[in-house]
Design a binder for this molecule. Structure first.
Ligand code: HEC
Length: 98
């Protein structure tokens, strides 16, 4: 976990250098979501897995991440994330399956 933390610090530095919302979503995704969503379903960019979820709408998905679901802990296990952070990460994920 230590190396993940180091990575997130580096990414936070990147984030400060590029404050656009899309970049922010990607950085949050990489830091807080990729370890699961690059490895297990629903995987990033897997249209089949995301299709039924897209129909719930973004707000419902953000609420689900805040609450947690199945193997995903509340706030993806990262209580420091704000609702806005989670929304940016969800935006990034949904953009990969559009
Ligand atoms: C510990 C692993 C883990 C992490 C970290 C994680 N997820 Fe998940 N996520 C899951 C799993 C597993 C599911 C499938 C849950 C289910 O359908 O039972 C899921 C489902 C989802 C869904 C779909 C919810 C639904 O209603 O089906 C969204 C959206 C999502 N994750 C977003 C995120 C975001 C954004 C982050 C980072 C802030 C994140 N996840 C971090 C494991 C994780």
């Amino acid at each position: 976990m230590r190396s993940l933390r180091d990575t997130s610090l580096a990414l936070l530095a990147l984030l400060a250098a590029d404050p656009t919302a899309a970049a922010e979503g990607e950085q949050i995704y990489v830091k807080a979501c990729a370890m699961c969503h690059n490895a297990m379903p629903p995987k990033l960019g897997d249209k089949k897995a995301w299709e039924p979820r897209l129909q719930q709408g973004k707000e419902a998905l953000v609420a689900t991440v805040i609450k947690g679901k199945g193997a995903m802990p509340p706030k993806a296990g990262n209580p420091a994330l704000s609702e806005k952070d989670i929304e940016a990460a969800v935006d990034y994920m949904l953009n990969q399956v559009k």
